[in-house]
Design a protein. Sequence first.
Length: 79
Amino acid sequence: ALKTGLIETGGCNWPESMYDAVWETATRLDWKGDNRRIIAITDARPLESPYTNHTSEEVSEKLSELGVTLDTMLVGIVF
C-alpha cells in the first residue's frame, strides 16, 4: 500500500518550512521497502534558522541515516 504524508504549513510566496516537512515525513513514515524516496514540491525557498526546527545539514544527515533519497522541485506560478 502506498503511504503519503502531507504537512500543511501555510501559503503565499513566503519561505516555507521545507526542512521541517521533510524531517517529519522521513521520521514518521514506517519505511518497509528499500527504495525510499521523498519528492518535495515547493514554490518558495526554505525557511532558515531560527525560523525552522531543522537545518539542511540535519535533514541531509537524517535522510542518509534512514537511506532515503530526496528529490525537490521548485515550481513558479504566475497569476
